[in-house]
Design a protein. Structure first.
Length: 347
């Protein structure tokens, strides 16, 4: 069967469109919104407006790069949830308008399921069942995937997401938003054993990252620890800043090492509990080089078959929406034009 799917992603601050023909991604366009950097985080209203400005050209470019026209498209897919509601509304209304005008079926996609299924884009795919550690700016989950349309969350964060832990740490260190990629960059030159941050003890397969942020704040208040100053020493803002400037790479490497160990220890536990050896990672934080390297090392040591999406399919993109829609298309899982986007989505 020949099918062509046009997919639109607009859940946060990337306006993206992709075309997938018979399960192969043939175009993948992203317009990144730079405006948020000056505010230290995504401003929802500005994100919606930027989606409005970008969406026509992004969709048009994706269709042209796929060497097709809208008339060739068999279904329109869009991110229905979760995300910023104003951002989701722009993408969903645009998708619905095309579907209505061309009388084509509509496919609603869950953004977090799409992150997992980004692992099905390359030729070398995991076979089922597989586990996926999905780590993004808003979510941290371990997902058991028994088929492309059967995904179950078996562990998740009880507070902050791993991406938030990276971004909040960066903010404390005075780095611009989004801080995750910058921590990754500085960590490459630092010693991951220079400083020790605590590992939380959370039952089962759930995660917690809020304590890490608090421990970093206390660590900086002590300007590093009693190794440098007297016990209970409270550094002035200038002393904290000087300490950060002199130790930035080591602090980044040490925090990154702790975030990675929290993630991988739970993933290892999930693999032991389920007996599954096909293991994937996904989501924006899976672009982190420390996580990618440690994940591969752990996989080799434990005899796992490991899978990591290409960089462009880790952070938000429409190719992952398109591949998820492809499998829904095969099951005739279409949605009504009356469907509404949702900021939060039970899964
Ligand atoms: O999946 P994503 O693009 O958007 C959401 O759905 O949230 O993830 C964004 C998150 C941000 O927190 C960003 O800082 C983090 O992914 N991130 C990274 C890296 N690249 C992106 N975190 C650490 N190291 C990276 N290289
Ligand atoms: Zn995402």
């Amino acid at each position: 069967m020949n099918n062509t799917i046009l997919a639109i992603e607009s859940s946060c601050d990337e306006t993206a469109a992709a075309v997938c023909v018979d399960g192969k991604i043939v175009s993948n366009i992203i317009a990144t919104q730079k405006i948020h950097a000056q505010y230290g985080g995504v401003v929802p209203e500005l994100a919606s407006r930027a989606h409005m400005q970008h969406i026509v050209v992004v969709v048009d470019t994706a269709v042209k790069q796929a060497n097709c026209t809208l008339a060739d498209v068999d279904a329109i897919a869009f991110t229905q949830a979760p995300g910023l509601i104003g951002s989701l509304l722009v993408g969903s209304q645009f998708a619905k308008s095309i579907a209505l005008a061309l009388n084509k079926p509509l496919i609603a996609v869950h953004h977090m399921q799409a992150h997992v299924l980004a692992n099905l884009i390359p030729e070398n795919k995991p076979s089922f069942p597989f586990l996926c550690l999905t780590v993004s700016g808003g979510h941290t989950q371990i997902v058991l995937c028994t088929s492309p349309t059967n995904l179950k969350v078996i562990g998740q964060t009880i507070d902050d997401a791993a991406g938030e832990a990276f971004d909040k740490t960066a903010k404390i260190l005075g780095l611009p938003y989004p801080g995750g990629p910058l921590i990754d960059k500085y960590a490459k030159e630092g010693n991951p054993n220079a400083f020790t941050f605590p590992e939380p003890h959370i039952a089962g397969l759930d995660f917690s990252f809020s304590g890490l942020k608090t421990s970093i704040l206390y660590f900086l208040k002590n300007a590093g620890s009693s190794l440098l100053f007297k016990e209970n020493f409270t550094a002035t803002e200038e002393q904290q800043k000087a300490f950060i400037d002199n130790n930035l790479a080591d602090i980044c490497a040490s925090v990154q090492a702790r975030i990675v160990s929290i993630l991988l220890n739970k993933l290892k536990k999930a693999a032991e509990q389920t007996g599954i050896k096909n293991i994937c990672i996904a989501g924006g934080v899976s672009a982190n080089s420390g996580l990618r390297n440690s994940f591969k090392e752990m996989g080799t040591a434990l005899g796992w078959n490991t899978f990591i999406p290409a960089f462009e399919y880790c952070t938000d993109n429409a190719a992952m929406i398109a591949i998820t829609a492809y499998y829904k298309f095969l099951e005739n899982d279409f949605t009504e034009l009356t469907v509404s986007p949702s900021a939060k989505a039970e899964w």
